[in-house]
Design a protein around this ligand. Structure first.
Ligand code: RRO
Length: 315
């Protein structure tokens, strides 16, 4: 069974990795997922300086997923740069960047370019949890400005992490912007921003920041994630690959992300719930699904989602 993949000029032993934010802030967490059955790993989104993030409680499991308002706690760019340098790189490492301003993102990227990091860059345009800071990916003009400046000097392999979109015109407008730049990939999707969960026993919100509003993850968001993966797979230049993220808890979920066009699939909430053993289970389950359906490699079905008419030709 061949589950290998290629992205940003690198080889991947299979297609499953963590999502930024899940089990990837500290050295201990990063080494744990690095040595687990991951195809690659991505760091917690970082800023130039270390940050404490929002007050706790700021992450919780809810019935079908998770709610978080972490507020970008991280150990600072240099820590993650050093981690990449130290790790024996037998698998690709992504550094996720989430500067609080365009200038901060450019400064971080400049440093990474100067040090010729071996990391792939995932530029996060979609953090929903910073009070007073809109999600860049929902401001189309701003996104264009960011990409214009980034690609005026950047030579590193780079992609962007997008928020979920919900309107066909928004997919088209965003894809038209992204298609103007030499992006290696887009990651779809970040959490669904500013959701609210209420504890039925106490009529109370369940996380402390922002009156309980936070990013929704897990099974709630799989249909939205698949829709975003497939729309961007259809609309982007073939040179821009899609990384799927959202609601995968089984091998079948991974398979469906791939069917929608994803080249790799990231695991967030389920990694938080199950720990780094999740990757072994998911890879095993993906291989079982492929075997049942008679596939021996991912190329045989990636992006080959069938539409209703194809299955019902005479009606
Ligand atoms: O740290 C966070 O609050 C956070 C980030 Br940067 C993000 O991109 N997505 C998310 O759900 N939480």
């Amino acid at each position: 069974m061949n589950c290998t993949a290629q992205l940003a000029g690198k080889k991947f032993n299979h297609v499953i990795m963590n999502a930024s934010g899940a089990h990837c802030m500290t050295a201990e967490q990063l080494y744990e997922i690095y040595h687990a059955d991951t195809a690659a790993i991505v760091t917690k989104s970082c800023t130039l300086q270390p940050r404490q993030g929002n007050p706790e409680p700021r992450y919780t499991e809810i019935p079908l997923g998770s709610l978080n308002s972490m507020g970008l706690p991280n150990l600072g760019l240099h820590f993650y740069q050093n981690f990449v340098q130290e790790a024996q790189q037998d698998k690709p490492i992504f550094i996720s960047l989430a500067g609080l301003s365009l200038e901060e993102n450019l400064e971080m990227l400049q440093q990474l370019n100067q040090h010729s990091t071996t990391a792939i860059i995932e530029l996060n345009l979609s953090c929903p949890n910073l009070p007073g800071k809109p999600q860049t990916g929902y401001d189309f003009q701003r996104t264009q400005q960011v990409l214009e400046q980034v690609f005026s000097f950047n030579k590193l392999p780079l992609g962007v992490k997008l928020p979920p979109y919900f309107d066909i015109i928004h997919f088209e407008q965003m894809a038209a912007i992204l298609n103007q730049y030499p992006l290696q990939f887009v990651t779809c999707i970040n959490s669904i921003g500013n959701a609210l969960h209420i504890d039925p026993a106490t009529d109370t919100t369940v996380i402390r920041p922002k009156n309980g509003f936070g990013g929704l993850g897990g099974q709630y968001i799989k249909p939205t994630a698949l829709a975003n993966v497939h729309q961007f797979y259809r609309l982007l230049n073939p040179s821009i690959q899609v990384i799927g993220c959202g609601g995968a808890t089984t091998g079948l979920d991974i398979y469906q992300h791939l069917l929608c066009g994803a080249s790799l699939v990231q695991i967030g909430t389920q990694l938080m719930i199950e720990g780094p053993g999740v990757f072994t289970r998911l890879l095993q389950e993906l291989q079982e699904v492929m075997q049942e359906k008679g596939y021996t490699s991912i190329d045989q079905f990636r992006g080959k989602l069938k539409y209703w008419e194809q299955q019902n030709p005479t009606t």
